[in-house]
Design a protein around this ligand. Structure first.
Ligand SMILES: Cc1cc2nc3c(=O)[nH]c(=O)nc-3n(C[C@H](O)[C@H](O)[C@H](O)COP(=O)(O)OP(=O)(O)OC[C@H]3O[C@@H](n4cnc5c(N)ncnc54)[C@H](O)[C@@H]3O)c2cc1C
Ligand code: SF4
Length: 507
């Protein structure tokens, strides 16, 4: 009995057991999985996509942290790293994956990173020609555009003013949000539909072929193998609200694509003995980011406008400066002193606060992911070189705010020093600050199932196939051999297209 049907499916309609049989089964419906689904269905293959989270419409989203964390975030938004820095490391959950909650920033993979992947990691398929073709396709599919000044508003415009006063190279960022109205809450799901997350673009394209069934509310946990082939995967169907198991699902297929993201994919491979921990779950890089709050005389209203609209390009120096805005409750978490008069003053003056941060291209840092009885354990060690680049970026960010006329600037560091003039910057953001005094944030895990030329150095080969398995592939941000230094959703989609095409063409 084959229950497979094209279209969207969710737990309300599942029988106690769902049994599917298709050409290709994809686990995870985020940036990589959705792009792979478009490539595979475009080549005429039947596909089942199994996704742990639910299907969402823009009108379902609420501007409530508790609602978003519960429904749209992995581990209910509580995922953090341990190590010499403790960082939140959020990831999305639902058809659309992290693109449901991301800021829609779009960067093409830097050519020098692709060259490094080819020359040092044997990723011979990551050529400029091939990837430029993918980038052009992605640009059209997810509607990449620069939003007009009218929706950028003060948080982005004030930073632009400061950057221009210092003569820095900056611009509004291209985003996959052609209909953005600047409501500033991308991290809660876009309630206007102005953001083109992959559920509404790549997955919609795949659904249009009538060759994909997208099974939401399904957590995949097990595999069945025969020789060097995976023959089926299975797991549980979940109640969409309580997320408790309510039934079972099993999918047999000719080919399997693991797109459960940089935390989910290595954990799945390790739990099922499909790869060992020499490289699987290792080499995790994340683009650590340090935020700064700046108080201005004039009103900024940081919650209004494009969530992340403007950046200063210091990629050659190993960092980018990017504006960001969060909701008031999240600003509270960035304050150095979380109780007391000073904090209350900041919160009551929130409409005068602007925020931006420096994002580091991590090169001498690294981490790992492994399963424990208590859940995933994420470890990250922040290297001295990366810390020094982060501090340089954070100091420049403070300078930008001062040049824009900030009355004071507060870096997210546990030494409680505010900056009022340029002379204060070095003592407030000192190079010798221990890493554990930094209040860092990261939302770009990468590299935990890295691609490479041999099983001795990597988890998957240059086409995305897991070493030693004939029909098991990875297509998500875990594939990257290194970090990028730019936001990774476009590179992840390109990887999804590359792996989908490799499977479709049998190469
Ligand atoms: C808050 C936030 C903001 C970001 N902002 C930007 C930005 O502006 N620009 C940018 O370029 N990047 C941004 N990113 C990063 C970008 O969204 C991710 O790099 C990208 O989506 C990764 O794609 P992926 O396919 O690897 O994983 P994801 O998109 O995370 O998708 C993985 C999916 O797999 C599902 N899954 C996991 N395990 C299982 C299982 N066992 N069974 C079934 N399903 C499973 C998950 O529920 C999830 O939906 C942001 C990320 C976050 C979290
Ligand atoms: S800021 Fe733009 S893209 Fe983000 S949620 Fe609001 S309308 Fe959507």
């Amino acid at each position: 009995m084959n229950d497979w049907r094209p279209g969207k499916h969710s737990s309300e309609s599942y029988p106690a057991h769902v049994e599917l049989e298709v050409d290709v089964c994809i686990i995870g419906a985020g940036a990589g999985g959705s792009a792979a689904a478009a490539a595979l269905t475009g080549a005429g293959l039947t596909v089942a996509v199994l996704e742990e989270g639910s299907h969402w419409r823009p009108s379902d989203f609420r501007q409530e942290t508790s609602f978003a964390f519960k429904h749209l975030y992995q581990e209910r938004g509580m995922r953090v790293t341990r190590g010499n820095v403790v960082m939140p490391l959020p990831g999305g959950r639902g058809v659309g994956g992290s693109t449901l909650i991301n800021s829609a920033i779009c960067f093409r993979t830097p050519p020098s990173v692709m060259k490094e992947w080819r020359e040092q990691y044997g990723c011979e398929r990551v050529t400029d020609d091939r990837f430029n073709g993918y980038f052009d396709r992605i640009w059209k599919t997810i509607g990449v555009t620069v939003n007009p000044v009218a929706v950028q508003r003060n948080n982005n415009l004030i930073f632009k003013q400061g950057a221009e006063a210092l003569g820095l190279k900056g611009e509004f960022m291209a985003r996959s949000a052609p209909g953005c109205v600047g409501c500033g809450i991308c991290q809660y799901g876009c309630p206007t539909g102005g953001k083109f997350s992959v559920d509404r673009t790549f997955m919609a394209e795949a659904l249009g072929t009538n060759l994909v069934g997208v099974y939401a509310d399904c957590r995949v946990s097990k595999v069945e193998t025969v020789g060097d082939r995976v023959v089926a995967v299975s797991g549980q169907t979940l109640h969409p609200d309580s997320q408790r198991p309510q039934g079972s699902i099993r999918v047999s297929a000719k080919t399997f694509v693991l797109s459960a993201g940089p935390i989910g994919s290595p954990l799945f491979l390790l739990a099922n003995g499909l790869a060992d921990s020499t490289h699987c779950g290792q080499h995790m890089v994340v683009h650590p980011t340090c935020g700064l709050l700046a108080r201005f005389e004039q009103e900024i209203r940081p919650w209004s406008g494009v969530t992340q609209g403007y950046y200063v390009d210091c990629w050659e120096k190993g960092f980018l400066l990017q504006t960001y805005s969060v909701t008031p409750d999240q600003y509270f978490l960035l304050l150095q002193t979380r109780i007391g008069k000073e904090t209350l003053e900041y919160l009551s003056n929130l409409s005068h606060i602007a925020s931006a941060g420096s994002l580091v291209h991590d090169t001498d840092s690294g981490g790992s992911v492994r399963q424990t009885p208590l859940g995933p354990d994420l470890y990250y060690h922040f290297g001295e070189g990366d810390k020094s680049r982060l501090m340089a970026g954070t100091r420049l960010c403070a300078e930008v705010f001062l040049a824009a006329g900030a009355l004071e600037v507060m870096p997210a560091m546990q030494i409680g020093r505010t900056i009022k003039t340029k002379a204060d910057i070095l003592s407030a953001i000192p190079d010798d600050l221990p890493a554990n005094k930094l209040l860092l944030y990261a939302s770009h895990p990468m590299g935990t199932c890295r691609m490479g030329a041999s099983r001795e150095t990597s988890v998957i080969d240059a086409s995305g196939k897991v070493w030693d398995w004939a029909n098991l592939h990875v297509a998500d941000a875990s594939m990257f051999p290194t970090s990028l230094g730019v936001n990774p959703q476009v590179t992840t989609m390109a990887m999804g297209l590359m792996v989908g095409e490799a499977i479709a063409h049998g190469s």
